[in-house]
Design a protein around this ligand. Structure first.
Ligand code: AMP
Length: 410
């Protein structure tokens, strides 16, 4: 197996090191990709990168140095282990003091981040029953670091943990009790680090008196909303799996649970085929027939593509309807926070979702809404609006680094 570096300027190896004081390495290992970030103790400096197409001929690492230079390292056929070896070699010189891993499912066991030991690693692996694509890749990341740096402390930050504060009324499904007690069938919720980060940030920057009640709308390729009161998640749109809730890029979100048996009877589809269709061929892609990327759909809609127009309408209608219903979970409703690729950038999607919630007395400035995109943070509600409206770019890496340091007492 060969590897090559297409941009060989490794000037970051000797410059700017002093800016990265006591950095934490954050790893987000997916089924065919690894996102990473090295973040300084004061969170002001970072190095980032992405290994993608793992296992394929086109496997590569895209690395952005401390100086902003871009490197591309090709690792044809390389899998997680090789990619992690290369990533760790690129970052070794910065002497990271801890590694924080994003782990998708923590089941019922974990309500906060924990330091990795043999038991925790076994639990991450065991919980693949609830996250078959993600937890095994997360475990690979932990083991790869252990093999090379056995003495560096590692922490796992679970996507589900933030939602462990949900009350039973929100997390139980109305199905037989034994399925909950014996098989742990319940709602867990996901995107926890993102909902935690943006709700905490909103509480930090608002001038409204607390405790605050936020609806956080994480709208990206995956989409979820949460009701967060006084820093605690009280309900969220995703459930046992990340398929429940809002319409997403390729995921359907809520459908009639009777759909499965109907499709089996009608078309002879297997459960696996139906699951694949609901996860990979539905959502914006399924309705538009064009793409899961909202930018492509918005462009087609502007050019008169009827299915693209309908995809946007359904996306916004379902998001608005969900936010309205989640407001029931909040003792007080301070405002809505938009985040994720769509929530941060699509001015028209934000406006359409708020239009669906037209009975709430929400008032906002179109100009202020238009000014918020491309990483901008700010509010766009009018003074006499019933609730506040914020756009806050999410920063899951920063949240994971923070929880890692807190867990280790750094
Ligand atoms: P994420 O998964 O958070 O990276 O978000 C990906 C989604 O954000 C995709 O549907 C993109 O089309 C969408 N997105 C990113 N930038 C824009 C933009 N400027 N306008 C509309 N949608 C955008």
């Amino acid at each position: 197996m060969s590897d090559s570096v297409s941009n060989t300027t490794f000037s970051d190896r000797n410059s700017g090191k002093s800016d990265l004081i006591n950095p934490t390495l954050v790893l987000n290992c997916g089924s065919s990709s690894i996102k990473y970030a090295l973040i300084s103790e004061d969170e002001s400096t970072r190095i980032t990168g992405l290994a993608e197409n793992l296992g394929l001929d086109t496997a590569r690492i895209k690395h952005t140095t401390l100086n902003g230079e871009k490197l591309e390292i090709t690792i044809p056929g390389g899998r997680h282990e090789l990619a992690l070896q290369k990533i760790l070699a690129l970052l070794e010189q910065y002497h990271f003091v801890a590694v924080g891993h994003r782990v998708v499912h923590g089941g019922r066991e974990y309500s906060k981040a924990v330091r990795v030991d043999a038991h925790v690693l076994e639990e991450v692996k065991r919980l693949k029953i609830l996250a078959p694509l993600h937890n095994p890749a997360n475990a690979l990341g932990i083991e790869a670091v252990q093999a090379i740096y056995p003495d560096i402390p590692q922490v796992v930050v679970f996507d589900t943990a933030f939602h462990q504060t949900m009350p039973a009324v929100a997390y139980r499904y109305p199905i037989p009790k034994a399925l909950y007690e014996e098989e742990k069938i319940r709602r867990y919720g996901f995107h926890g680090t993102s909902h935690a980060y943006v709700s905490e940030r909103a509480s930090h920057i608002t001038t409204a008196k607390g405790p605050h009640g936020w609806l956080t709308a994480h709208l990206g390729n995956g989409c979820s909303a949460a009701a967060v009161y006084d820093g605690k998640s009280l309900d969220t749109s995703m459930g046992l799996t990340p398929l429940e809730g809002l319409m997403m890029g390729t995921r359907s979100g809520d459908v009639d649970p009777g759909l499965h048996i109907h499709l089996k009877r009608l078309l002879g589809m297997s459960l696996e085929e139906i699951n694949d269709m609901l996860n990979n061929d539905s959502g914006l892609l399924g309705i538009s027939g064009l793409s899961n990327d909202l930018r492509t759909i918005e462009q087609a809609a502007n050019e008169g593509h009827v299915d693209a127009q309908l995809a946007i309408e359904i996306f916004c209608y379902r998001a608005g309807k969900y936010l309205a219903s989640l407001s029931c979970a909040l003792p007080e409703f301070t405002g809505i926070v938009f985040t994720g690729g769509i929530g941060e950038n699509s001015v028209t999607t934000r406006a359409r979702i708020l239009d669906v919630m037209r009975h709430f007395g929400i008032k906002f400035s179109e100009d202020k809404n238009k000014s918020l995109f491309g990483g901008g943070e700010g509010s766009f509600h009018d003074e006499d609006s019933s609730i506040e409206l914020w756009v806050i770019p999410t920063d899951e890496e920063c949240q994971i680094a923070k929880e890692t340091r807190q867990t280790l007492g750094f």
